[in-house]
Write a protein that binds this ligand. Structure first.
Ligand SMILES: [Zn+2]
Length: 64
């Protein structure tokens, strides 16, 4: 499926192997964050980003 990244607003093809794919499919995650933004998000994770803690956990798993 095609999704626009929440942060950089670029369009990405989200493949079934992507950790975020199933959530997006089930509509549990409303927004997609691309790999690059995921990484910059990690550095800002300790700051107040307004993101749900579960989302940050998901990004953690994604990077490991
Ligand atoms: Zn992005």
């Amino acid at each position: 499926m095609k999704k626009n990244c929440l942060f950089c607003k670029k369009e990405f093809e989200v493949k079934p192997g992507d950790p975020q794919y199933r959530k997006l499919l089930a509509n549990k995650a409303k927004s997609y964050v691309c790999k690059r933004c995921n990484q910059s998000l990690q550095t800002e994770a300790s700051a107040a980003t307004g993101l749900h803690p579960d989302q940050i956990d998901e990004h953690d798993k994604f990077l490991k």
